[in-house]
Design a protein around this ligand. Structure first.
Ligand SMILES: Cc1ncc(COP(=O)(O)O)c(C=O)c1O
Length: 417
């Protein structure tokens, strides 16, 4: 095979089978949707919302679950429900989607960003410990992409320093640590059901928890101040962060498929991991911690080693793979540098904080986060883990093809300037 066979040079792509589509729905949702439309109850804790909350709590292994408008207000309500108040410090990873940081800032907490673990790209427990002060109230670990946070280490830190844990599980519906569901490992769990997520209703979010007080407070915060019986006023300043029956219908359908999807994705992740390892190229899947007994994949977490790429940068390599049909993207940027997060705009909560009370995000530099975001981190979206064996083999074939043409690709990019 020569350079002209490479898809980036106009040759045929290695992946010819279609990538599975997303989102997926079935006849059951359509039937339920019709029933909801005709029922006249479109919101306010209807039959499907109640059923979904029970089913989701059972799936996660938590005592309670509730449905909200999205996976950002879930973080806000969960943090407040576990006792975070304005001025309290909440420890947040430097690599996450902007919503994690925004949610903490928007409830008046002082979000303290810390570095990530170089293997999992999740919050580094040693960095958390170093950031704890007498004002620290909570840790906000994010189970990012396709790796879980070290929940043993974080749990131990929380116990020793009397801190709360709110897990951001937007990426990992169904992950399990030592057999226990993500979202049931701390004081509360926050889920996003936005369209790209592995359990989705377009937009939506969920909170899971075990403590009845946390449940009632979070409910009251999202349901304009009413308690879960919908008749008793609570004692918190609530908002309308409710979801609808239509969202609940889509989630109930998705939940019925989720276990099977999780199994397929885990199987394909293992095939890709072994295949890339055997290939010995610059790309490898992040090592799986043996304490993770089930890994849910919003994305497959990948490491790129430029030393094994004969001078090709991560982004050039990703472009060559993408042309072959194996789509990989860089991670999010460091959250404190994200182009859409205008932290110092006058409409942001940041300028209204007492000077010096907040971390200086403008000058922050977290070394592992920066390196992963700039050079090493790549992710593969979960739909590519939902294909059959033939599709997965084609993904590996794409990696092999690029691997065999590294010098030619280097020349190609050099010629492009
Ligand atoms: C890690 C993480 N946390 C929170 C959220 C916020 O969820 P939503 O978009 O439903 O508000 C997202 C959404 O992409 C996310 O990726």
């Amino acid at each position: 095979m020569g350079i002209t066979d490479l898809a980036i040079k106009g040759g045929p792509a290695a992946v010819t089978l279609p990538t599975p589509g997303w989102p997926i729905s079935g006849d059951q949702e359509v039937a339920w949707m019709e029933q909801v439309v005709r029922s006249g109850q479109w919101s306010w804790l209807g039959q499907h919302e109640r059923a979904f909350c029970e089913e989701f709590a059972a799936f996660i292994g938590s005592r309670y679950a509730m449905l909200l408008a999205n996976g950002t207000v879930t973080i806000q309500c969960a943090l407040q429900a576990v006792g975070v108040e304005p001025g309290d410090e909440v420890i947040v990873p430097g690599l996450t989607w902007t919503a994690t940081l925004q949610a903490a800032l928007d409830i008046g907490a002082n979000a303290v960003l810390v570095d990530i673990d170089p293997e999992t790209y999740c919050i580094d427990p040693a960095a958390v410990e170093a950031a704890i002060t007498p004002r620290t109230k909570a840790i906000l670990p994010v189970h990012l992409y396709g790796c879980m946070c070290d929940m043993d280490a974080l749990g131990e830190l929380a116990r020793r320093h009397n801190l709360k844990i709110v897990e951001d599980v937007a990426h990992q519906h169904g992950s399990q640590w030592r057999g226990k569901g993500a979202g049931a490992l701390g004081d509360a769990g926050s889920f996003s059901f936005q369209q790209s997520k592995v359990l989705t209703c377009g937009e939506g979010g969920g909170i899971t928890c075990n403590d009845p007080e946390v449940y009632e407070t979070a409910f009251c915060l999202k349901h304009v101040g009413w308690m879960p019986d919908l008749a008793t006023p609570g004692n918190r300043y609530g908002h309308n962060y409710r979801a609808t029956e239509m969202q609940a219908v889509l989630l109930r359908g998705g939940l019925r498929r989720l276990e099977e999807h999780l199994r397929i994705r885990e199987e394909n992740a293992a095939i890709l991991s072994e295949g890339l390892e055997r290939l010995g190229g610059p790309l490898r899947v992040a090592r799986r911690d043996p304490r993770v007994t089930r890994q849910s994949y919003y994305c497959l977490t990948l490491h790129y080693d430029s030393d094994k790429a004969q001078g090709l940068t991560r982004d050039q390599y990703a472009a060559a793979l993408g042309a072959e049909g194996l789509g990989v993207s860089p991670t999010y940027p460091p959250v404190y540098r994200h182009r859409i997060l205008n932290l110092y705009d006058r409409t942001s909560p940041v300028p209204y904080r007492a000077p010096g009370s907040l971390q200086n995000y403008a000058e922050l530099s977290l070394p592992v986060t920066e390196r992963v975001c700039a050079e090493e981190g790549l992710v593969l979206f979960h739909t590519q883990l939902l294909g059959d064996r033939a599709y997965t083999e084609q993904l590996l074939e794409a990696a092999r093809k690029v691997q065999e043409n590294l010098p030619a690709l280097r020349d190609h990019f050099a010629a492009e300037g």
